[in-house]
Ligand binder design. Sequence first.
Ligand code: FMN
Length: 395
Amino acid sequence: MKAVINENVTLFRYEKSHDDLFEGCWPIRDGVSINAYCVCGTEKKVLIDYTESGASFDSDLADMGLRLEDIDILVLNHMEPDHTGALNVLFTRCPNIEVYATRLGATETETLYGHKNVHVITNGEELNIGGKTLVFYATPNIHWPDTMMTYIKEDGILFSCDAFGAFGSYQSVFDDELTEKEWALLKPETERYYASIVASFSPFVLRGIKALSALDIKTICPSHGIVWRKDPGYVVAWYQKLATYLEGPREKEITILISSMYGNTLSYISNLVQIAKKEGIVVNTVRIPDTNDSYALEKVWRSEAFVVAAPTYEMELFPSMAHTLDLLNRKAVKGRKVLYFGSSLWSGGAAKEFNAYAEKMKLEVIDSIEFRGKGTPADRQKIEDGFKKLIEAIK
Ligand SMILES: Cc1cc2nc3c(=O)[nH]c(=O)nc-3n(C[C@H](O)[C@H](O)[C@H](O)COP(=O)(O)O)c2cc1C
């Protein structure tokens, strides 16, 4: 699908299949778009990023009276294969095309494709393409080390690579066209995208936002999701908030992660949800492994506190929950307040493994409670008390 951003800039938007997994692990049941852009100056025609498969690129260009061979310059804002998978086709057909990339991007272009006509950008370097000036900014580690962003000086358009992107498919192209239903999808799908693929790089996001703050940004064109032209500041502030969750402050929310084989651990949850609601605390519940980890990550990322409720399994924590905690740890979830409880029958063992994770993740453990079978009224009271302490700790 093709959309006009302005008279010189065109968006090529391709949807990944909803059955695919993004990065091979994140479900995209509500879709995700891969965005590439064409910028036409009077002297040079420029592509910003390409696609994974090259599908329909030719016909979209043909609609504009162009062939792939007419493109003079390819700007590679980063080399991730969802934007570059079809580069071998492009380089075969356009062997002389000039690539603009960071030093690392240049090395990757040579190593992966043997293409040598690469210009290594310097930070803030300008390129006049005839009536339009492209300015390149190195923004490493948002989220790949080779990442850069490209800005059209005359139009205030920022091609922000994977920053300011989102999961989800939207009929609308621009923020000012979004329907209420699309906004309702954009909110969680931006946060799940951030938590899954950007969160670990939050310090670089904050650094990048600061470095670009002097620019007069009128439109943000990310490589996934919608184009922000009415209020680009909204998504910048949103990303800034998401990046701040790394160290805090975070939202006064509690996310309860639940695994249960036979319902014993599960039987405690509805009471806790009621208590949180009575206290006016937003509470999210996520079943593990029924729900993909990325949905847990999205909620835990913004929550000041979370609960791990899972039984003992072969003397350790229930395996799916251990997997989820391992992911949270890898994705830099740290410093939050946490309560553990879970059922066992004989020796127990889940709490010990949970405590080891908590230490690694520098979590503030309110309590860590193992009980037998359904638990006693005293166990119930202890869990309730622990949960109330958790609420007090985030109030
Ligand atoms: C496959 C399996 C392995 C288990 N391993 C242990 C164990 O090593 N130690 C223990 O104390 N209980 C163990 N249990 C017992 C459960 O922890 C116990 O039944 C618990 O009440 C289940 O809680 P749930 O209903 O929330 O799943 C095991 C149960 C199953 C099914």
